[in-house]
Design a protein around this ligand. Structure first.
Ligand SMILES: *Cc1c(COP(=O)(O)O)cnc(C)c1O
Ligand code: SF4
Length: 347
């Protein structure tokens, strides 16, 4: 067995296993894991410094998950937008292909909390082949996002099968892999894995970091290894109350991502997923954070702040209000709040 597989096997899955080190009362939390699974592998567990810190909040169940009366099981309407199981076709030119039901850590705020890591999510060679068939016959699709769960937790040969099958489809130009493994289990990024992925270029990887303390030497090795294989890396971050809802934390995170060769891609407003209401921040908080980034730090480090519209409307970018008026002149504010004008030509 490889190191990453051993680590995965040694994951803790019950709140009681936290008791010896952190002295918590596991009883109420065991109720949560009956609905929403827990998995914290030893690597990610080692990043927790104390109870309630930003890593803890992302990974350890909270009783509030069961008290959410506001949010929805499937806020993005993914099930109804799936022509075949585990393939979401929402935008004409791209599709989201879910090829695994497990992750290296079950994030408490997961947008697919209704099914990731549970019996509700059936992924098999049959569903994968049905997805591939749909992609073969739908020639409007140019870009496939391979996700899950975490596709990089598949064994090398299964991932190779999926990537080679996708690459054999003429109309698919771009393959993207969505994986949190560079953050939550960087040991999974072996030389062998990088060498498999690079056979199917152009392949992009979008990973997912939420806090600067996740950018460790191990994460850096994993990302550099992928970048050295010619894989452009992006990262999404979810804005989470009590984890990263602070301009300084996000600023540090974005800078550190660039340093490990990862380009910040999206900063997401938390989806309205049942069991995650306690993580949601006011829209103004995200806008305040964006205002603190734009113009103040390297443009390369600035993600797009977006909300994924409930019901399946897609991702909508949100910007601080810079434009004051558009007429004969464009009147707008710069990043320091100074009013500027630009002469608007006639059409
Ligand atoms: C996010 C998403 C995409 C990709 O959107 P981009 O803005 O191109 O990154 C595609 N399909 C679904 C269903 C998605 O949720
Ligand atoms: S890694 Fe992604 S898919 Fe898996 S639990 Fe976390 S947010 Fe959900």
């Amino acid at each position: 067995m490889e190191l990453w597989q051993t680590l995965l096997q040694e994951s803790i899955t019950q709140p009681a296993q936290l008791q010896p080190v952190f002295g918590i009362t596991p009883e109420p939390l065991s109720k949560v894991t009956k609905s929403y699974p827990m998995r914290i592998n030893p690597y990610y567990l080692s990043l927790i410094k104390q109870q309630g810190d930003p890593i803890w909040r992302q990974a350890v169940p909270d009783i509030l998950e069961l008290n959410d009366t506001v949010c929805m099981e499937d806020p993005l309407n993914e099930e109804n937008l799936s022509p075949v199981p585990n393939l979401v076709h929402k935008y004409p030119d791209r599709a989201l292909f879910l090829v695994h039901n497990q992750c290296a850590v079950y994030c408490r705020f997961c947008t697919r909390k209704r099914k990731v890591g549970t019996k509700e999510m059936h992924v098999s060679i049959k569903t994968i082949d049905a997805g591939l068939d749909y992609l073969r016959k739908t020639d409007s699709i140019r870009d496939v996002l391979v996700s899950g769960g975490d596709p990089l937790l598949l064994e090398d040969n299964k991932l190779d099968y999926i990537l080679s099958s996708l690459r054999a489809i003429q109309h698919i130009a771009i393959i993207r892999i969505g994986s949190r493994v560079p953050c939550t289990l960087p040991m999974r990024v072996t030389e062998k894995l990088a060498s498999i992925i690079k056979r199917y270029h152009p392949v992009y990887i979008n990973t997912h970091f939420n806090h600067p303390t996740e950018i460790t030497p191990e994460a850096s090795i994993a990302c550099n290894r992928l970048a050295d294989a010619g894989i452009p890396l992006g990262s999404q971050t979810v804005l989470l109350k009590g984890v990263n809802d602070d301009p300084e934390i996000i600023k540090q995170l974005m800078y550190k991502l660039l340093q490990i060769r990862v380009k910040p891609y999206y900063l997401f407003q938390t989806d309205m997923t049942k069991g995650t209401n306690h993580f949601r921040t006011p829209i103004d908080k995200g806008l305040e954070i964006m205002q603190s980034l734009i113009g103040h730090i390297s443009g390369m480090a600035v993600p797009t702040f977006a909300v994924d519209a409930p019901g399946g409307g897609g991702k909508i970018p949100l910007l601080p209000k810079y434009v004051q008026h558009i007429g004969k002149q464009l009147i707008f504010q710069n990043y320091c709040g100074v009013t500027c004008t630009y002469e608007n030509p006639d059409a």
